[in-house]
Design a binder for this molecule. Structure first.
Ligand code: ATP
Ligand code: MG
Length: 236
């Protein structure tokens, strides 16, 4: 489980998060959706430990992770830019984090094979990133996250560089994978349709606040205010 408790963030005198409270159950996928600049990435980066909250706490499985470095938080993050190592093969890109952690070779091979099978990229393991399509690179980035067997997945607009057709396909695949692996997940997007199709629950964020938290159906049918209604496109 992930608990975000009263998290605020200021950059200098500008307050960008005004006290976010969010509890995510084990195996649940929660999508944060909101307009550009509302604070989505900042919140995700605080959960990942890449940014420090001004106040509040982040707990993973009831443990306050505030003092922990990103590498010690048992989190895997997938970004919009996949940041694969260009000189390494797909296999080595996926295995890299596990090698650093000193896992035995056989265990690394087994985990990479398992993730590659899940993502249908088993035949690409010896290629270099430049020999892959955008969608294939995206899968490798997902694979690199999956092999870590994390407690928590964080996604920051991982599909926004893909063309519309591939985006819809990858959306369905992420949903299927998440249900299969049952990893607690927080997914950020500015795309309402993506949010509605992916999320067990949505957080509609507006100017550093959670304007509404609920299932896609609740948010759509009973928007908390006019901002949520117009953002989600609820019937007037
Ligand atoms: P987008 O959809 O465009 O990615 P976002 O919701 O992810 O937007 P954030 O990146 O979290 O938005 O930024 C929230 C606000 O905080 C913005 O006004 C941004 O300019 C500001 N901000 C983010 N990082 C910093 C920083 N390091 N220093 C100063 N201001 C920052
Ligand atoms: Mg962002």
């Amino acid at each position: 489980s992930l608990d975000i408790e009263g998290v605020t963030k200021s950059f200098g005198t500008t307050k960008v998060l005004h006290g976010i409270d969010l509890a995510i159950q084990d195996g649940e996928m929660v999508v944060i959706v909101g307009a550009s600049g509302c604070g989505k990435s900042t919140l995700l980066r605080i959960v990942a430990g890449l940014e420090t909250a001004t106040s509040g706490a982040v707990k993973i499985d009831q443990v306050d992770v505030t003092p922990l470095e990103p590498a010690d938080r048992d989190i895997a993050m997938v970004f919009q830019t996949y940041a694969l190592y260009p000189h390494m093969t797909v296999f080595d890109n996926m295995a890299y984090g596990l090698k650093i952690r000193g896992l035995p070779k056989a265990e690394i091979r087994a985990r990479v094979q398992e993730a590659a099978d899940l993502l249908s990229i088993g035949q690409l393991l010896e290629r270099k990133p430049r020999q892959l399509s955008g969608g294939q690179r995206q899968r490798v980035a997902m694979g690199r996250a999956i092999v870590r067997h994390p407690k928590l997945f964080l996604f920051d607009e991982p599909l926004s560089n893909l063309d519309a057709k591939l985006r819809v396909q990858m959306r369905a695949e992420i949903r299927r994978l998440q249900k299969r692996l049952r990893v607690t997940s927080l997914f950020v997007t500015h795309d309402q349709v993506e949010a509605m199709t992916l999320g067990d629950r949505l957080v509609v964020m507006h100017e550093g606040r959670a304007a509404q938290i609920g299932t896609p159906m609740e948010v759509w049918a009973r928007p908390a205010d006019t901002y949520v209604a117009s953002f989600i496109g609820s019937p007037a």
